[in-house]
Design a protein around this ligand. Structure first.
Ligand SMILES: NC(=O)c1ccc[n+]([C@@H]2O[C@H](COP(=O)([O-])OP(=O)(O)OC[C@H]3O[C@@H](n4cnc5c(N)ncnc54)[C@H](OP(=O)(O)O)[C@@H]3O)[C@@H](O)[C@H]2O)c1
Length: 370
């Protein structure tokens, strides 16, 4: 039995990671939650975990294995109370650092505070745990988009490939990984998981946060955009959040390799045209035409509002870089886990959930569902 400290447990990935830990082990979870007070922290976390545990809900035994701490990764000692800090550094065996700002529009200074300085605070906490306690391993959640604007086959061992960045988010995650390299030299064993774009759960379509692909789909459903500047070959790499969490847990449970990086991506990325085609058919909105980016003048053909909404996502729609996932596949082949395909059935499950909760509503009642 291990004691696992997790940041970002109320987030899209972190909440599913907690569910995976609860379901696949007898480990205890020590969750750092950003909140006004401890009651608020507990409510925030348990509300999400309850939602993800339907229809049965979280049982009492599982609840007993979750210990909630109010804290903030941007503050010294994660803003933990002195007594809690002293207890935690002696207790924690493993750290999962999943807290981050994932806002693609955030300015660099603001996002660095959370993604770089926040990571530094978590790593300083890890150093304390290692010196005073029994810490064995840190897992840092990064993103494959540290590859930035470079078109290549991006390997798990790669980091600095003289890339540019599409936004401050990518740059901040890259800088956080550079920091990891410095802390590895100080003796902490830190492995990195780099997911691609995460969507709702494979098993039931549930999504606790509607980000990335969900946002542009929501906007496109209003039929205000006829043409998207997207190349035919553009393939956003998409993965269900529960599959990402499962893969991360499987690797962390069996793996004793030190300081490794794993790409948590789909082995087969789907063309954007396919995903858009499925979405427009399901929700009943007009499928936008895809046109080569150099044939569209964004200043002329798009209003400033449309541009502001759609532009942050265009680099991911036009993505050509391939992600090598050898380290991940080498580990996964030792298990009986098979990556499920992101096919029509899987996508429709995700869309159905959007319709049910009203995030994107179906336009016509008679649109296909099977
Ligand atoms: N979502 C994706 O498609 C995607 C793709 C690739 C990689 N990733 C990476 O995966 C990780 C998890 O992403 P996600 O999608 O789960 O993000 P998310 O849904 O935005 O959740 C972020 C989590 O971090 C917490 N957090 C933010 N600032 C904090 C602070 N100062 N102190 C303590 N906690 C703080 C948030 O708490 P609150 O509840 O208080 O907001 C939330 O729990 C990130 O490292 C991200 O870069 C995500």
């Amino acid at each position: 039995m291990s004691n696992i400290f997790i940041t970002g447990g109320t987030g899209f990935l972190g909440s599913d990671l907690i569910c995976e830990i609860l379901n696949s082990s007898s480990n205890h979870i020590y969750a750092l939650v950003r909140a006004r007070n401890i009651t608020h922290a507990r409510r925030k976390l348990f509300n999400i975990l309850e939602k993800l545990s339907q229809p049965r809900g979280l049982n009492r035994a599982a609840r007993k294995r979750i210990h909630v701490y109010k804290g903030d990764i941007t503050r010294k000692n994660l803003d933990l109370k002195r007594n809690d800090l002293n207890k935690l550094v002696k207790t924690i065996d493993v750290i999962f650092h999943s807290a981050a700002s994932t806002n693609l529009k955030s300015p660099l200074k603001k996002i660095r505070r959370i993604n770089v300085n926040g990571t530094k605070r978590v790593l300083d906490f890890a150093l304390l745990c290692q010196r005073k306690g029994r810490l064995k391993k840190v897992y840092h959640i990064s993103t494959v988009y540290v590859a930035g604007t470079k078109i290549c086959t991006f390997k798990e061992k790669d980091l600095n490939i003289r890339q540019g960045f599409n936004n401050p988010y990518e740059r901040s995650k890259f800088e956080a990984e550079q920091l990891i390299h410095r802390y590895r030299k100080r003796g902490i064993d830190i492995s990195i998981f780099r997911p691609s774009i995460m969507l709702g759960r494979y098993k039931d379509g549930i999504s606790t946060r509607f980000k990335m692909l969900y946002q542009p789909l929501h906007f496109l459903s209003f039929e205000l955009i006829d043409t998207l500047p997207v190349i035919k070959e553009g393939k956003p790499n998409l993965i269900n959040v529960d599959i990402a969490a499962k893969t991360i847990m499987l690797i962390s449970q069996m793996n004793h390799r030190k300081n490794k990086t794993y790409h948590i991506t789909s082995p087969d990325a789907l063309p954007l045209s396919y995903v858009l085609g499925m979405a427009s058919k399901f929700f009943g909105f007009k499928n936008p035409r895809l046109a080569p980016p150099n044939s569209i003048d964004m200043n002329k053909d798009y209003t400033p509002v449309k541009r502001k909404i759609i532009e942050p996502y265009l680099p991911y729609f036009n993505y050509l870089t391939k992600f090598d996932m050898k380290n991940t596949l080498d580990q996964i082949k030792k298990t009986n886990f098979v990556f499920p395909q992101l096919n029509k059935k899987n996508l429709y499950r995700l869309f159905k959930y959007c319709d049910e909760v009203g995030f994107i509503k179906k336009k016509r009642k008679n649109v296909v569902e099977k």
